[in-house]
Design a protein around this ligand. Structure first.
Ligand code: 5GP
Length: 190
């Protein structure tokens, strides 16, 4: 999506270790007009899939997921991160290794809000190694919900998550796919 690629080139910052900082418009300060356009694009891509719920993970997926939810006209559910494993039976849980914080989190959603009747679009800000997406897909599987696919704002295609999850049979649509990033800040899109 050209609008997003232009914004990444203009305001994104490449940090050492293959991290792209986009906290001026996506995951700290947010540009609502841009996020609305991303939501519309997710809707264009997944219209007709019968999506009745958007699922994301706290915290930085919540912004784009809410705008997607507005366009789809459906609820937005975010998985919470929890380090205590002592959970009663009211939650679906799975585990996710955080790429940015280097810790393993248990993620959970209430059984009240995800179940076999749901057709889910997973939305997240980044796809890198795919741990977050794997965890969210596992939550849906546990709940018996079906996954229409994943809508990702920025995929770092030089990391293995996208390829692995597509090979698993899940439709993944990324609005900007980065082929490479150099330490001097050059970004090449697929
Ligand atoms: P994964 O689980 O696919 O390795 O990473 C996905 C999660 O890590 C995203 O939800 C995002 O919050 C974070 N993440 C991964 N790579 C980056 C990056 O380059 N920049 C930022 N800001 N977050 C990232």
């Amino acid at each position: 999506m050209e609008l997003l690629e232009r914004r990444i080139r203009a305001d994104g910052e490449v940090l050492p270790g293959g991290i792209l900082k986009v906290d001026g418009f996506l995951n700290h300060q947010m540009d609502p007009q841009l996020l609305m356009e991303l939501g519309r694009e997710f809707h264009r891509l997944f219209a007709g899939e019968g999506v009745n719920k958007i699922l994301t993970i706290e915290a930085s997926g919540i912004g784009p997921a809410c705008f997607a939810g507005l366009v789809f006209g459906c609820p937005v559910l975010f998985a919470k991160k929890n380090r205590t494993r002592n959970l009663s039976g009211e939650f679906w849980t799975s585990t996710v290794f955080s790429f940015t914080h280097h810790v393993e989190n248990t993620i959970l959603v209430s059984k009240k809000y995800l179940g076999p009747g749901d057709r889910v679009l997973i939305v997240d800000d980044f796809l890198a190694n795919g741990a977050a997406l794997d965890g969210l897909i596992t939550l849906c599987e546990e709940a018996g919900a079906s996954v229409a696919g994943a809508g990702i704002c920025i995929e770092k295609a030089f990391q293995p998550g996208g390829e692995r999850i597509r090979a698993r049979g899940v439709r993944v649509e990324s609005l900007a796919r980065i082929r490479s990033m150099s330490d001097c800040g050059e970004i090449e899109f697929c």
